[in-house]
Write a protein that binds this ligand. Structure first.
Ligand SMILES: [Fe+2]
Length: 448
């Protein structure tokens, strides 16, 4: 395994410049747009669909919606003069008072009642925004941070809702598809080399980035190879056909325990169909497409595949360097393609494709030539979710700090279900290594 180590340096780490604070009008438009998307995703769902618990891992969708609204109320009306306790959130929607599996037993409002609540809160939020005096001394307001945080929170819950909708009981979710992929996938395979050296990881941005992405710091990375593309379904079928799930030596001890308990023989949502496999994406069931990235695999499956392929998973630092580090300028890019924001024309993000795209469809590449690092599937890395040197919890400990440790693995890069405002090269997602309901895949790396 490649070891990376933090180095102290008198030079300040060089990452891309922070985004500027949006105007009040722009913020109001972003809040409106975020809400329109949430409502689009749940349009067409019955009150029963919204209130039932489709899986023990997930909240009833109406809970997510109420939680989005009350998080917004807490931070954009009550907390603007300095944060009060997270526990001030109404008990019903406080995630720390009610674990997911319990949320269906709460008396949650009907959709009509919820819509009223949403607009009532939004009116007060916009009123506060209107009267707000920007004060860069208040770290919540610096660079418009608190608004970006609340927007990202709604975006992230959209992705959670999509996980629930893929798990939906009864009739499959009718996805309101509105994005089609560009036609000619260009898909160079193989791997590319990262020459190693000193790179900047993380960011000092205080306008958008979460506390766990800060501070920017330098690392010395040994040279490594990394796959140009995420691992495809086709390669994953090869792994299955080669008895990948049956070969003990490919699985780590916790991986073997998971395998024994889950009895998995393929990614989640795959079923046998004669000699082949079919899969379901929301309301479409079709043969597994060999050219798309494998999705809905847990960390242990990714780890076993990599071993079978004579490779390993990249660390999150290798992943970030492969996505961001521009050796010609010595500056980290905010996105693989540069510093311009993500959108659905440049990467498979923003949900409305409701699917992964064949690898190489989007021709934006990172400085060293990796494709699809942002969008399509979250990519498992070998890293535990830990704090960066000099980490400071902000604005509340329950965002990141409570989760640091070896229980969680870091995923990078966002998925098709990620909104563009909730992804960048430095963004760190984390989850239990057994989770498969997330839109998760991976790419492999090797020591050089
Ligand atoms: Fe939340």
């Amino acid at each position: 395994m490649t070891v990376s180590r933090a180095v102290s340096s008198s030079r300040s780490p060089r990452s891309s410049p922070p985004a500027e604070r949006p105007s009040k009008n722009a913020i109001a438009e972003l809040l409106t747009e975020a809400r329109e998307r949430t409502l689009l995703l749940i349009s067409g769902l019955s009150d029963e669909d919204l209130h039932s618990q489709h899986d023990p891992l997930m909240s009833p969708i109406i809970w997510d919606v109420g939680h989005i609204a009350h998080f917004e109320e807490l931070w954009l009306t009550q907390n603007l003069d300095g944060p009060i306790e997270f526990s001030e959130m109404p008990g019903m929607y406080n995630p720390f008072e009610h674990p997911r599996a319990e949320r269906a037993s709460l008396t949650l409002p009907t959709l009509q009642e919820m819509l009223k609540r949403l607009s009532e809160i939004r009116i007060r939020v916009l009123d506060c925004l209107d009267k707000l005096k920007w004060n860069d001394e208040n770290p919540l307001l610096e660079g418009g941070y608190v608004y970006n945080m609340v927007l990202q929170h709604e975006y992230q819950h959209n992705e959670t809702i999509l996980q629930t909708l893929q798990l939906k009981k009864g009739e499959p979710y009718r996805a309101p598809r509105a994005i089609t992929f560009p036609r000619r996938p260009i898909s160079p395979g193989g791997s590319v080399r990262f020459d190693g050296g000193r790179v900047t990881i993380g960011t000092n941005d205080r306008t958008t980035a979460y506390d766990n992405e800060r501070p920017a710091h330098e690392l010395e990375l040994p040279a490594f190879l990394i796959d140009r593309n995420p691992v495809t379904n086709g390669r994953f079928v090869d792994f299955i056909s080669d008895n990948g799930y049956g070969r003990e030596e490919l699985w780590s001890p916790p991986g073997r325990r998971w395998l024994a308990e889950s009895r998995a023989v393929a990614p989640k949502y795959w079923t046998r169909d004669g000699d082949g496999w079919i899969t379901r994406v929301m309301d479409i069931t079709r043969p597994v497409d060999a050219t798309r990235p494998v999705c809905h695999v847990c960390y242990y499956e990714a780890e076993a595949f990599a071993k079978w392929d004579g490779k390993r998973l990249p660390s999150e630092f290798e992943w970030e360097a492969a996505a961001s580090w521009d050796a010609s300028t010595g500056v980290a890019r905010r996105f693989p393609w540069g510093n311009s924001n993500a959108d659905a024309r440049i990467a498979n993000v923003d949900q409305l494709a409701f699917d992964t795209a064949p690898v190489g469809t989007y021709t934006n590449v990172s400085p060293i030539g990796c494709y699809g690092m942002v969008g399509d599937v979250w990519e498992w890395t070998s890293s535990d979710f830990n704090s960066y040197p000099g980490f400071e919890s902000f604005p509340y400990k329950e965002y990141s700090e409570e989760f640091f440790g070896s229980e969680y693995k870091v995923l990078r890069g966002g998925s098709w279900a990620t909104r563009p405002g909730a992804i960048r090269n430095t963004f760190r997602n984390w989850d239990y290594p057994i989770r498969r309901q997330i839109f998760s895949g991976f790419r492999c790396a090797q020591d050089a």
